[in-house]
Every structure is written in C-alpha cells, then in structure tokens.
Design a protein. Structure first.
Length: 496
C-alpha cells in the first residue's frame, strides 16, 4: 500500500478525506461534553437509536440582522464604569455579534443607552463609514472616527470543489458584474454595506438572501456561484477559498490576518459632546472581530502510511526522517495531526524489499518520521497490524503508549478498538473512530486479541449517534479502511 500521505485540513467546525485505503467521514454533533480534559477513550455506546433547501431570493435592500446571544468574554457583565451615560447608536446592518454585544449592555448596565443611528443625542455612532478617521481636538465640532470592529468574510463555494485558490481581483470583477468568472455572487442581504466598503458598488450579478440556508442552497444549485459570507456563519457544506494566499480557516501558523483582503471595518464615530473617555470605556466591553482564533482547531488527517519495502530501504539509507522532509512541515502546522499507520513497530524488524512481500513491520526508529510530521494521534484501521503475530501487535501498542501517542480504530481487543478517542482543543470537543472493512479476518480485533476494529455499519452509526445524542462532541471524525486502490480517483461505489 502506498506510504504517501494526503493532507486535508479541518477549523470548529471540519471533516477529513481518507485516500488510498480509506475514506474519512465527518459528522457534526449539536453541542459538546461538559468536561473532556485532554485526550481519553470512552466506552462505546453500541445501542442503535431509532433536501436540499428551497431556493428563494430577497431584494438587496438593507435589513436588520437577527440578534444572537453573545459569546465573547468581553461581553460579560462588568462593574459599572463611572462617568456620564453613554448613548450608543447602531447601524442596522452591523455584524450580529457586535449588535448582540452592545444590546447585551442594556440588561447588565445602567450607564449605557442604545438608540437609533440618527438620534441627535448619540455619544457614539457605529456604522461602516470611515469619514473623519483619526483624532481631533477636544473642542472640535467635528466627530472623530476610530476603527472598532473587523468583520472577516470568507469566499466560499460548495464543499466538493477541488480548486480552492483565487485572487481578490477576480472576486472584485465578479462583484462588479463580470459573469465570465462566476455566474453570480450569493450574499446575505444584511452584509451588502460591509461588502460594498470592501469591493465597491455591487453589480447585477450580486444576489442577496435573507438566511445562510438560502445562501448555501444557491451555492449548491450552481457550481458557478461564489458565496461571500461572514466567517462566523460558515457551514460545513461550504468549502473556503484561499484568497491571495490566505484563508481564514487556518490557524496562526498559516494565516496572517493583516494580509487577508476580505476584512470590512466598523467605525465608531465619537460625537463632540460625548464624554472624552467614551470609546476607551466601551473598548473593554465589545468584541474586536468575528473571528476568534482561540476557538479554531485545524485537523490534518492522512491516508494509510506503510513504512516498508522500498520506502524503508530509502529510510535506512537517508535517515529515519527522510519521508517527512517534504510533507512533514506542512502536516506539523495543524493543531492536531492524525496519521493512519497500518504497520506495527516491531523490535528487530528487518527491511524486506521483495515486491511480493505482504507481511509488514516497521523499525521502531521509523517513528521519527511521524514525529517530524507533528503526529498527535494514530489511526489503527489498517489490515497489517497483526502481520507479525499477536504478541508483536501488543508490543506495538505499548510502544505507542510509551511515546505518548493515543490510538483509535484498533487496540488490544475489540472493545478498545471500537472505543472513540476523545480530544479537546481550544474548547472544541472532537471524537475519532475508525474501522476496517477490507479484512482479512486475521487483522481484526476480537474479544481477546488485538487488531483493527472490524467494520460494522450499525455499530459505527450507533457510536456516532450516541456521541451526538448525549451532547458529547462538536465533530466526529470517522476513518474507514475500505478497499485497496492505487489510484487517487474515487472508486465507482464511493461516488455520490
């Protein structure tokens, strides 16, 4: 089986593609466990429990975004701030989390008042206009404006899109009405003012929708439709473009917010009669953007790895980290790097380059290439775990444990092989499960012997449902070693 690893990355909300010997399936759960420190295995709940959205369009008229409960720590009640009351005016098309945060102040404070944008007594007006940006004399009759909030947008398309690179210039042309690039651009109607600040006046190709469900439905109805949506409203059925080399679904290792071109700015216009410390008093209460990097988790999952035969020979010659020289740094940038390794680590393993050899082992020192790739978790769904016998299979499991590498999809017996591996990162509760449908039966774990988890659709489905039904995790990653194939093209029965 090919040792090449194929990377697919996932943020709060991600899935995975297993190439060569497996496929990855990601299932979203509604919420999460109340407490899941670090990484652990849970017992399997094996009991089975018992259309596309309609496409509709709204006009491009501005409408108030619905309020949602604030989540930023900055929006939590604080001690009353001394000084004159603050009268805050909000444009109706501001980001929902900014509106939510300011509206929440009314219920927690007596020194803050929310009013309409055109109210004469407003101390601070929040909108998308940048006029008057900068400082002014305290006695000036002209309002001064300061950038207060950044709204990150994602250029998105349907999830099954392969080429996800684009230039901002192409987006600008499409926004102005160039249908040679995209037939139309789907947006939330309420975000048009923000996008106009970024891209200029919209052309006829821009279509506004009232809800994200409608935006997603429109995007899936036509491959030539581009969606421009707020980062915090992305959905798993959308794939995100890399724009000018940057994509907001990456972590700090690969994303530079200052270089990302799709960021609109909300300005606070401090009126001449406002208290001199009005903005500084508000700054501790309001969020600064709609992309909280402390809640992002990037997951990289590989296809099956087999450090054997000619690959092993090259590692013996060029060093145990040789396979990681190219792909290792890329994999290591993920917050969680998950490698499916189907061959046991066996003491005194000898390299066998015979192409007919199908009894595999890896030398313990080969673990260095996995570590150079930033490995955090190991998938054991491969069909070679027991090639060197049950004793060496157990020795390999002990080796992983000694190296601090949790495993899933295989184990010392069937119970441990079926058990989900639970991981918490940045507040995101994740579960990893796996199974082997290819066989042979000698590779499968039993009640009393090690191996990979034998695939049973009912058991895997029940495991996923149990995790979701009990408010257990945010995302379930399913790894399946399905069939042997030496082609990157999906097999016929894998196609939708």
């Amino acid at each position: 089986m090919s040792p090449n690893a194929l990377l697919h990355k996932f943020a709060v909300l991600i899935g995975a593609i297993m190439i060569i010997a497996g496929v990855g399936v990601a299932a979203l759960a509604l919420t999460r466990f109340p407490s899941l420190p670090g990484i652990r295995n849970s017992a399997l709940a094996a009991t089975i429990k018992d259309a596309q959205l309609p496409l509709s369009r709204s006009s491009l008229s501005q409408s108030t975004s619905p309020l949602v409960a604030p989540t930023s720590e900055a929006t939590q009640p604080l001690a009353s701030i001394p000084g004159e009351p603050l009268v805050i005016a909000l444009a109706s098309t501001l980001p929902t989390d900014l509106i939510s945060a300011t509206t929440e102040l009314i219920s927690t404070r007596t020194d803050v008042v929310i009013t309409s944008e055109d109210a004469a007594n407003a101390s601070i007006i929040f909108n998308w206009e940048a006029a008057g940006e900068g400082t002014s004399d305290a006695n000036s009759a002209t309002p001064r404006s300061e950038p207060t909030f950044q709204q990150f947008f994602a250029a998105a398309t349907r999830f099954d899109t392969i080429d996800l690179t684009i230039r901002r210039l192409r987006i600008e042309r499409a926004w102005r009405g160039d249908t040679n690039i995209f037939s139309s651009i789907a947006v939330l109607t309420s975000t048009v003012p923000a996008l106009t600040q970024l891209l200029g006046n919209a052309g006829d190709s821009v279509v506004g929708y009232a809800t994200m469900d409608e935006v997603v439905a429109a995007t899936w109805a036509d491959r030539d439709i581009l969606a421009l949506v707020p980062f915090d409203q992305l959905q798993p059925s959308l794939a995100v473009y890399v724009v000018d080399g940057q994509t907001p679904i990456e972590n700090a290792a690969k994303f530079n917010p200052s270089a990302y071109p799709l960021v609109a700015t909300v300005y606070a216009h401090i009126q001449p009669h406002a208290p001199s410390d009005a903005l500084s008093r508000l700054s501790v209460l309001l969020p600064v953007n709609n992309r909280d990097s402390s809640k992002i988790t990037v997951v990289a999952m590989t296809g099956v790895t087999a450090m054997v035969r000619l690959t092993a020979e090259q590692m013996d010659r060029q060093g145990s980290t040789w396979p990681a020289e190219v792909v290792g740094p890329e994999l290591a940038t993920a917050d969680l790097t998950v490698i499916s390794n189907e061959v046991p680590f066996v003491p005194d393993c000898e390299t066998n380059t015979d192409e007919d050899n199908l009894v595999f082992c890896s030398k313990p020192e080969y673990l260095a290439t996995l570590k150079a790739s930033g490995v955090d978790l190991i998938g054991l769904t491969g069909n070679h775990q027991n090639d060197y016998g049950l004793e060496d299979a157990l020795t390999s499991l002990t080796f992983y444990a000694d190296e601090g590498l949790p495993v899933y999809g295989g184990g010392a017996d069937k119970s441990s092989a079926f058990a989900p591996l639970l991981v918490e990162h940045n507040g995101n509760q994740l579960a990893f499960i796996g199974a082997n449908s290819y066989g042979p039966p000698s590779a499968w774990a039993t009640d009393f012997s090690p191996g990979s988890a034998p695939f049973d659709l009912a058991i895997m489905s029940a495991s996923i449902r149990s995790l979701k039904a009990d408010d257990a995790v945010d995302v379930v990653f399913g790894e399946l070693q399905y069939q042997e194939s030496y082609d990157v093209t999906p097999l016929y029965d894998q196609r939708l």
